[in-house]
Design a protein. Structure first.
Length: 320
């Protein structure tokens, strides 16, 4: 299979093309989309009509806020989400938000210059991949970027994401529960949804997206994907996974969601139900605690670490 894997950060974007049949791989580290587009926007003079979808903000937010004090800046609601999820906040900066039909009229107006926001620009990716000397077509495209999500009023982005991912892991306690296929992205993860929309324009059979904080966790999780192919065949590792599954299956749904509630008597019951020892339960609970701490950190640099967590022993040579 031929994969295109893209890790979008604030400063850089990692692009990896990998063919599993030939074991050939090519990598490029380029300017991040937000910096790339911000530099292009800075070179455009006059009024702006901004379309596209939600992407990473940063320099673009600052540039458009400053620009709105000098020229007219008009944005679609989808593009405006890059700056802030509250439209009233965006308009308070002097930026006008319009629907798609009105945006088309502005694009035809010679007084306005067009600008498109998106993390995945197909033509830019084409130039990068064809520079590897390989065809611009894939069996799967996997994209990793940080998505703060759209929390309900009164809840922080951090707590919102933590609760969302905890709920997902409570029902399916395996890392692939946090890797979303094209049609399965939670509605609150706007940026990942926008990435899917952009990735569908690429020549690929499948699209997957993941939050970069979640991807960064995977190399620390106790899953078979963290060992090499030879170790996967080792019976001891297989038995370890079976023990972990038995312990989790012996927990109640509430205990899976809130492992801190598992006291001594609960540990004894779980150990008896799984046919294991209390120390085995303690070991798994410690792993849950470490995972919870890492979910709160939401560290960047996700794709490289996600690759290390993939079945097959990790990353191709040169990607460490």
């Amino acid at each position: 299979m031929r994969f295109l894997m893209v890790d979008i950060g604030a400063g850089t974007m990692d692009v990896l093309w990998y063919d599993t049949e030939t074991d050939l791989h090519y990598k490029a580290v380029v300017k991040s989309p937000v910096r790339y587009i911000a530099e292009k926007a800075a070179a455009i003079q006059g009024n702006l009509i901004v379309t596209g979808c939600e992407m990473g903000g940063g320099p673009i937010t600052g540039l458009l806020k400053q620009r709105a004090g000098i020229d007219d800046v008009v944005m679609t609601s989808a593009a405006a989400a890059t700056l802030h999820h509250d439209p009233e906040m965006v308009t308070s900066w002097g930026i006008k938000i319009v629907d798609d039909d009105r945006a088309e009229a502005f694009q035809l107006d010679k007084k306005y210059q067009s600008m498109v926001l998106e993390d995945l620009e197909a033509e830019r990716l084409r130039r990068i991949v064809e520079g590897f000397g390989v065809p611009f077509e894939f069996d799967a495209v996997v994209v990793c970027a940080q998505d703060h999500g759209v929390p309900p009023p009164g809840q922080s982005h951090l707590d919102f994401r933590h609760n969302m991912f905890t709920d997902l892991l409570a029902t399916n306690p395996y890392p692939h529960a946090l890797l979303f296929e094209a049609g399965e992205v939670p509605p609150a993860l706007n940026r990942l949804g926008s990435l899917v929309q952009s990735a569908r324009s690429l020549p690929t059979a499948e699209v997957f997206v993941m939050d970069s904080g979640m991807a960064a966790m995977l190399e620390k999780l106790p899953i078979p994907g963290n060992v090499n192919p030879a170790a996967l065949k080792d019976q001891a590792n297989e038995q370890q996974l079976k023990r972990q599954v038995a312990i989790i299956n012996s927990m109640t749904p509430g205990e899976r969601r809130f492992p801190k509630t598992i006291n001594g008597s609960r540990k004894k019951r779980i150990a008896a139900g799984s046919g294991l020892q209390i120390q085995d339960v303690n070991r798994l609970l410690k792993q849950f605690t470490q995972m919870e701490k890492m979910m709160r950190k939401m560290s960047r640099g996700g794709m490289k670490k996600m690759m290390r967590g993939m079945p097959g022993g990790g990353m191709p040579p040169g990607m460490h």
